[in-house]
Design a binder for this molecule. Sequence first.
Ligand code: ASP
Length: 595
Amino acid sequence: MAETMQGLKRSARCAEIGKESIGREVTLMGWVQKSRNKGGIVFVDLRDRSGVMQLIFENGSIDEEGFEKAGKLRSEFVIAAVGIVEARSGAVNPNLPTGEIELRVHKLRVLAESETPPFPIEEDSRTKEELRLKHRYLDLRRPDLQRNLMMRSRVTALTRNFFTEEGFLEIETPMLMKSTPEGARDYLVPSRVHPGSFYALPQSPQIYKQLLMCSGYDRYFQIARCFRDEDLRADRQPEFTQIDLEMSFVDVDDVIDVNERLLARLFREILGVEVSLPIQRMTWKEAMERFGSDKPDLRFGMELRDVTDVVRGCGFGVFTGAIEQGGSVRGINAEGLGAMPRKKIDKLVSFAKEFGAKGLAYVALAEDGSRKASFAKFMSEEEMDALIKAMDGKAGDLLLFAADQDKVVFDVLGNLRLELARGQELLDKDVYRFVWITEFPLLEWSEEEERYTAMHHPFTMPMEEDLGLLDTEPGKVRAKAYDIVLNGTELGGGSVRIHQDHIQEKMFQVLGFSMEEAHEQFGFLLQAFRYGVPPHAGLAYGLDRLVMLMAGEDSIRDVIAFPKMKDASDLMAEAPGPVSSRQLEELQIALTTEG
Ligand code: ASP
């Protein structure tokens, strides 16, 4: 039977008690991790969010009734225990902060009993994620998840302090709004008062934060929930959190400066890791050419090399064909992997095909000086020598080549580089390599829509020196946009915004929007800009990803209290779910399919 607290007061959490408390009486409350009944003595591991404390119940130190109750304790019972801290009588456990002490209990209350949980509550659980998510309230008791969420809370607390010290104001923006221009699908909310009309949930606070700059708030930040109805993708969440900020009267360097100091503070205070400032910067072009990616992982080398000019006149049609079509030939030197068995190479070829490669050409350089090339018969010895030399190939290396349009070549080799690094375990989670990627292209050509789309969003400022190209070669215009990348993951991104009408108008033109269409979508922003808009710029981080990397986790679900599955469903609450016909009638919504 559950008892009440009856005036008991907890004196500390389990792991907050150390050797200095030996001899003192303390009251602990928490969950029974496990209990062992050894006849005259019962051992219980008591767990709370701080950690575990060993409790000892011995006949004599506790009265008969208490001892009997202790003997019946089972996993996940909630108890209060009053006792004296002692040095451990048995083996000291060096893995626990409380491993040298234990609590000899003289008063026990059972505050709640528990049914047997559907899976054991333990670190590094091997229980299937579906089952854990269905009972997330139990899963969240696991020490690893508790540590992650405590870290997340510290990240947001430190972020708030930092921005406040730097003169930023925390301002909330609406959840019910008109759709935002971030490019994903909106979640819609039907309006009851305006039947047939819908709000959109924010994909980001972008428009509102720009309005706040127009209104003179100068520096804004928010820890903002965002919603994007994207197609199923591993490790995306339909709702996620951004650390969002915007600043007035600034340019690229100012945004970068304040954000590097934030990152350095977070990594120092939470992980004890010194981020050396300034963080390296790399242009988008350089990142693509060297790493095949705009979020390069700099923890290892294996950079791409452009061998287009070396193979231009060679006899291998795959190479020359790609070049004739305006593409390129590039390679990676996987040093020391020259002896890779054929089967494994074939696996790399299939992997490359997943990213659009038609094939993958290779040269394996054996230790004995012999070489095997998938295209040997199409090339003369001299041509092969020149190619190997251009790749700095030595005995024992494996050279891999892709030939296609640049976009495909980068994608294939960029991903192959990561795959090879994973295979060789080169991705050390305790190494943190930050890089700013700058000078992104302003526009991207969309084959589907047959028009340019904004790579970041339509308010991103072109680089001043490229403004002239907007009329002639819009595809070549670089943007004042930047991403912060850590170990191959994009942590955040932002841009300087357009604050001059004529540039904004031109931008809409290039994007194929008429001014009417632009006004229909963002009219209030354009209107606001007519009344004095300061130059402004900003950035947003994906908080979930940031905490994931800091916690050394592989999935953002492990740093979100109540995440959704890949298909955007909540297994515990069973959302989304049908609603009553009355609710639908009120909204004047009729379904075309049965739910
Ligand atoms: N709103 C942008 C995003 O969500 C970030 C920014 O430009 O500040 O990616």
